[in-house]
Design a protein around this ligand. Structure first.
Ligand SMILES: Cc1ncc(COP(=O)(O)O)c(C=O)c1O
Length: 446
């Protein structure tokens, strides 16, 4: 291997990324990889976007960092104003950090301090959903409904209650979409009743699920009921838009599709198109005002990093200048049309789901019974490897089996296509062609 990098998989030899060319990454052996998933649904505006690079260079000449214990800086003032300009007037404060896990840690700690300082000292539990992912540090790993990622660290994690996912393809209650009583949403109410509402600080959910159930969307009815349950029980609603936010679904925030207004939400990944490590926690004014002595007991060295925030400002400008939300809208319609056609054509595609440029595909052995392929087959890994062999990177979901209110629910293998917003029509067609060929080839071999 000849280097000292602690790689993600220590047994694997990784190619060395050399430079970017639009939506391609070129390695040091000049192999081009077409990025069909923004790395991890994180890069949205291409790898060598000169507009963003120039803005960063200008900011480097002015200021990269001034610690937020002593200063604020112009890029974070501008970025928070910008975010607020897309939100209703109840929202008032943005807290900038370096990654999605930090943003969610910030959100749940703020929820705790808000309730503590407003006289509800017992409120500390965070309800989340099974089949979710909110990050890898211990606090947010505990609220991630992802047993595979939690298993090893289970003795170190504090138990946090889990509600049912909104997973209509495999409804644990045996209902079909639109013909149910929102049992999944009501599971939140049951948990609150069981634990005691005086102990629950917040409920957190991804509006469109990422790694743990690629592309599983919410619905207006679902989120309306969730909002109602939260309001009736004085529970804050946190939406994790680390993956789904910043235009990924064709709107600035996925919540807009569902007319749902959370109390707190988080952004990450696409907020800087990964040009700098940046994420954010955004809250309503009333939450910030609830911090009684004014000091949020929290903070990281790199919170409010000026250079990172300028990447965020440049991303907002670029998306607007190039009208990219609209582009994700019609590009997404094309992406889903092609994937739906594949679903009709092939017996092994069970479900196609998601919004905009977040397209989840679930594979099944039997379309009628929805029986998944055997876990031992490692189908997700095989499909990812075949796409890679054909020069393309796709996003692999984590397959899991969970017990939802007494019912075992086992997912099929699932992956996601999440193109950069700058992907051209012909590149989009190439992505879909490579995907189709790769999946077909894998299926013929197994
Ligand atoms: C929905 C969601 N929340 C949080 C995170 C954690 O973000 P990060 O890896 O930047 O810490 C991720 C990462 O994939 C995510 O998809």
């Amino acid at each position: 291997m000849g280097h000292h990098v602690f790689t993600r998989d220590l047994t694997k030899d990784y190619p060395i990324a050399s430079h970017g060319e639009g939506i391609y990454i070129v390695d040091d052996k000049r192999r081009q990889i077409l990025d069909a998933c923004g790395g991890v649904v994180a890069v949205s505006l291409g790898y060598n976007n000169r507009f963003i690079e120039e803005r960063l260079k200008d900011q480097i000449d002015r200021l990269c960092f001034a610690h937020t214990g002593a200063f604020i800086n112009k890029p974070i003032i501008e970025l928070s104003d910008r975010i607020m300009s897309y939100l209703n007037s109840e929202f008032g404060k943005a807290y900038f950090v370096s990654g999605g896990s930090e943003a969610n840690e910030t959100a749940i700690k703020l929820a705790r301090q808000y309730w503590h300082d407003t006289g509800h000292k017992k409120k500390s539990k965070i309800v989340s959903r099974l089949m979710s992912y909110h990050g890898n540090s211990l606090g947010v790993l505990a609220i991630s409904g992802n047993p595979a990622r939690q298993k090893l660290y289970a003795p170190m994690l504090k138990h946090q209650p889990k509600a049912s996912p909104h997973y209509c393809y495999r409804c644990p209650y045996g209902k079909s979409e639109g013909k149910c009583s929102l049992e999944c949403a009501n599971s939140l109410e049951k948990i609150i009743q069981k634990e005691g509402k005086e102990k629950i600080a917040a409920f957190i959910a991804e509006p469109v699920v990422g790694a743990s159930c690629c592309g599983a969307e919410g619905s207006k009815e679902y989120f309306k009921r969730i909002r109602q349950i939260c309001d009736e029980n004085e529970v804050l609603l946190i939406l994790d838009e680390v993956m789904s936010g910043m235009g990924r679904t064709g709107r600035w925030f996925a919540a807009e599709h569902y007319d749902i207004v959370p109390d707190i939400f988080t952004l990450g990944k696409g907020i800087s198109s990964s040009y700098m490590p940046l994420a954010a926690m955004i809250c309503k004014d009333k939450i910030a005002a609830g911090i009684s002595k004014g000091a949020f007991v929290h903070g990281f060295t790199f919170s409010g990093h000026a250079l990172a925030a300028e990447a965020g400002n440049a991303v907002f400008d670029y998306i607007e200048k190039k009208n990219l939300l609209e582009k994700v809208g019609y590009g997404g319609a094309y992406l889903f049309k092609r994937l739906e056609e594949m679903k009709e054509k092939y017996p092994f595609i069970g479900d196609v789901r998601g919004l905009g440029y977040m397209a989840g595909i679930e594979f099944v052995k039997d379309k009628k019974t929805k029986e998944p392929f055997p876990d031992e087959l490692s189908l997700t890994a095989k499909i990812k490897a075949e796409c890679w062999k054909n020069g393309m990177l796709i996003f692999a979901g984590t397959r899991m089996k969970v017990n939802i209110e007494g019912n075992e629910v086992e997912q099929g293998d699932h992956v996601m296509l999440a193109p950069h917003f700058t992907t051209t029509q012909s590149e989009l067609e190439t992505i879909l062609d490579i995907f189709e060929t790769s999946v077909k080839d894998v299926m013929e071999k197994i």
